[in-house]
Design a protein around this ligand. Structure first.
Ligand SMILES: [Zn+2]
Length: 120
């Protein structure tokens, strides 16, 4: 498709770009909520699969971003992890968390999402 001509063809690079965009989307959604928008505003009222989402609820997984300028994902947490409370985190789906762990992002030592996700 011509709209994809600016994207690389390297799968690894595409996965990195995808991860970055997911993290940015999470940050934008959090900002929408922080300026008074509702979770449905933040998602355009429907989920990616076109169904209305249930009311706002704590994310099941969190991805902590580094404090350096690049804000790379550094640790995966379970939602509600006390160790993530003061960190900069973005909500993540189970798939996001699995992909982050598979990409080498650290599993939180406190909440051990790798055990729940059954990743070594
Ligand atoms: Zn944690």
């Amino acid at each position: 498709m011509s709209e994809n001509r600016d994207l690389p063809t390297d799968l690894g690079l595409l996965k990195i770009i995808e991860r970055y965009l997911v993290l940015q989307l999470g940050a934008v959604r959090r900002q929408i909520t922080s300026v008074g928008g509702t979770p449905s505003d933040a998602r355009g009222g429907v989920s990616e699969v076109g169904r209305p989402r249930p009311a706002a609820r704590a994310p099941e997984w969190l991805i902590q971003l580094g404090i350096d300028g690049e804000r790379r994902p550094v640790v995966v947490h379970r939602g509600g992890c006390a160790a993530a409370r003061r960190a900069t985190v973005v909500p993540a789906s189970r798939r996001d968390a699995l992909e982050a762990l598979a990409a080498g992002v650290e599993s939180c030592y406190a909440c051990r999402p790798d055990r729940e996700l059954q990743v070594d």
